[in-house]
Design a protein around this ligand. Structure first.
Ligand code: DC
Length: 215
């Protein structure tokens, strides 16, 4: 079984995906990690975030183990790391270089320890449209920019990272504009929509489980 969960940043995709992966024994691929990995490589190499050629080269040489290694760096999910990820994700050459790595996971889904799984759950922006258009179930999860910015702000605070709510809100709106301008980022036609602005994660999870079990 392949499930995709798309939607904007901090809409609750990751939490929902992790809970569903655990319940249905599915391997989980957080596809934002591929862009975060390339963005962080750019920062570590002190490349300009406008340097498309260097970003494409780094995307072409990215491997799964390197991505996991980079994910341990505190900047992988920092404000700066998020900006870098969003910049490289806007480059078509970077996206196409990372396409196969993401698609291959659905043919051979594996858990974090390397053992084989019977299916996969993806979270991202284009997983139901570009990466796995034939997924069995597609969700599109969203929430208002203010609610999402507050979630990200609290996440930074809980990690002891400095952040300003207004700056996080501004960045959320900017990232939405950049992320949704490109093809494939709109909801898949057959996606089931959830607005999580006024829903608890338990409510979202229960609704999603009912849909999965009814299929
Ligand atoms: O989901 P995230 O915040 O970790 O994603 C990091 C960046 O990568 C974000 O700017 C959106 C982009 N992204 C994308 O363009 N396509 C995906 N499938 C996943 C993430």
């Amino acid at each position: 079984m392949i499930i995709t969960i798309d939607g904007p940043a901090a809409a609750g995709k990751g939490t929902l995906a992790s809970k569903l992966a655990l319940k249905y024994n599915l391997a989980y691929f957080d596809t934002g990690m591929v862009y975060r990995a390339v963005g962080l490589e750019m920062l570590l190499a002190q490349n300009s975030l406008e340097d498309v050629e260097k970003a494409e080269k780094l995307a072409q040489s990215l491997t799964f183990p390197r991505m996991i290694e980079l994910s341990k760096n505190p900047d992988f999910r920092s404000l700066e790391g998020s900006k870098a990820a969003s910049s490289v994700a806007a480059m078509p050459g970077v996206r196409s270089a990372l396409l196969l790595m993401q698609q291959n996971f659905s043919q051979n889904p594996v858990f974090a320890d390397g053992s084989k799984a019977d299916g996969a759950i993806y979270d991202g922006r284009d997983t139901g449209t570009v990466i796995c258009p034939h997924a069995d179930i597609k969700f599109f999860v969203t929430a208002s920019p203010e609610v999402r910015a507050m979630r990200r702000f609290k996440e930074y605070e809980s990690k002891g990272q400095k952040a300003d709510y207004n700056e996080v809100l501004e960045q959320t709106i900017e990232r939405d504009a950049r992320d949704y301008a490109r093809e494939g980022s709109q909801p898949a036609q057959d996606a089931i929509h959830f607005d999580t602005s006024d829903m608890s994660i338990e409510e979202v999870f229960e609704k999603a489980c009912k849909i999965i079990e009814n299929r």
